[in-house]
Design a protein around this ligand. Structure first.
Ligand code: NAD
Ligand code: MG
Length: 383
């Protein structure tokens, strides 16, 4: 029996790379569901190639375009936010690749957990915002959540075979993004194009900006805390510009395990899809001769404020990570639209933390309210 895959966010960077993995292993995987936000043309093209059982386009104004294009096939076509949430319930789905960007992934991820689905989680914002809720519910409903983010996949792989051996600390590697080593004066005037130009990874726009500010690494600290059940002081970040070591785990005897490979998201994507097995592929392989040295340095949290902000939010907990996520989403969009400068991103997030009421033990409803309120406040500030 082939594994039936639903890709939520199939038109994005992770979504298209998931389809590349499936293309490489047609004897193992079959596409069951594809969803996209606005890119109807690519969704149609993917549907014609992979013949899923059902597709969803979030943007309802494009329903007719997608339905007309696929009218000669048996593919069911749906539209809207609710449909994306409902589609995860399909009994024929064996694994969901959650590749929607941002807070928008929260409702379908929760629904998938409640239906006890196997989830390969590429989206990180859901675990930043509501990690505690996610962990609790996935235990309750026996939903398997497998990390896809390269650092968390690396840690997950380091932990394989360690049974209950406690983690001493998790060391997340960070490439440092396009601006590592630069000072504040330089960062004052950087352009959107410069910020999008990541040295090692080709990714969606939002995460590329998050990588340039280092908020991506801040989010990954919070994501790691929840995925691996550690305390904030057990999560460290080290700058490693080559992005070959994808992350490390130190155990109580002082021994450190690392996972290495070329920076290619198809590898952690494939591992999450075949776990606990490893299968051959044709992707380029790492060659030590090409990398005579691997470097490491400490991250400068005075210049990259977002790392300090995320650390503070992680320690504070409650709805604080939700606040920084919402403020970051709005600030990043404003930066991409050239309405604010690069350094204003962290200023806006810090200001939001001071403005929103702290809730120590938020309910699910509180997360949605915090998200909405933070967005409103930040938008007012930017205007
Ligand atoms: P992307 O912007 O390239 O793609 C996002 C996908 O989500 C698209 O298919 C889009 O149609 C869909 N989408 C966007 N907004 C939506 C909405 N409101 N409702 C429904 N669908 C929506 O993003 P990406 O780079 O593929 O990243 C996806 C997620 O994976 C992010 O959370 C990111 O942090 C995480 N991630 C990405 C990478 C990477 O290499 N790209 C690595 C690690 C983690
Ligand atoms: Mg990552």
């Amino acid at each position: 029996m082939k594994k039936r895959i639903a890709i939520l966010g199939s038109t994005g960077s992770i979504g298209t790379q998931t389809l590349e993995v499936i293309r490489e292993h047609k004897e193992i995987f079959i596409v069951e569901v594809l969803t996209a936000c606005k890119n109807a043309n690519l969704l149609i093209q993917q549907s014609i190639e992979f013949q899923p059982n059902a597709v969803v386009i979030e943007d309802e104004s494009q329903y007719k375009k997608v339905a007309d294009a696929l009218s000669k096939s048996d593919i069911k076509v749906y539209a809207g936010k609710k449909a994306i949430e409902q589609i995860v319930e399909m009994e024929t789905i064996d694994l969901i690749m959650m590749a929607i960007v941002g807070f928008a992934a929260l409702p379908p991820t929760i629904r998938a957990i409640e239906f006890g689905k196997n989830i390969a989680i590429a989206n990180k914002e859901t675990f930043v915002v509501a990690g505690e809720f996610m962990v609790e519910k996935s235990k309750k409903y026996k939903a398997k959540v497998i990390p896809v983010d390269s650092e968390h996949s690396a840690i997950f792989q380091c932990l394989a075979g360690e049974f209950e051996n406690p983690i001493d600390k998790i060391i997340l590697t960070a490439s440092g993004g396009p601006f590592i080593g630069k000072n504040k004066e330089y960062l004052q005037n950087v352009t959107v194009a410069q910020a999008l130009n990541h040295p090692n990874w080709s990714m969606g726009k939002k995460i590329s900006i998050d990588s340039a500010t280092l908020m991506n690494k801040g989010f990954e600290m919070i994501e790691a805390k929840w995925l691996f059940g550690v305390q904030p002081h057990q999560v460290e970040v080290v700058i490693h510009p080559q992005s070959i070591i994808h992350s490390l785990v130190q155990f109580e005897d002082g021994s450190i395990k690392a996972q290495l490979g070329l920076p290619d998201m198809k590898v952690p994507i494939q591992y999450a899809m075949t776990y606990p097995f490893r299968i051959k592929n044709s992707f380029p392989k790492f060659d030590f001769a090409q990398y005579p040295s691997l470097n490491f340095e400490k991250a400068d949290t005075n210049i990259f404020r977002t790392l300090a902000i995320a650390n503070e939010a992680m320690i504070k907990g409650g709805n604080m990570p939700c606040v920084i996520n919402a403020a970051n989403e709005i600030a990043v969009e404003a930066f991409l639209n050239e309405r604010i400068s690069f350094l204003q991103i962290s200023e806006i997030i810090e200001a939001a933390m001071a403005k929103i009421e702290f809730i120590k033990s938020p309910s699910l409803q509180d997360y949605f309210l915090t998200d909405e309120l933070t967005r409103q406040k930040v938008l007012e500030q930017i205007k």
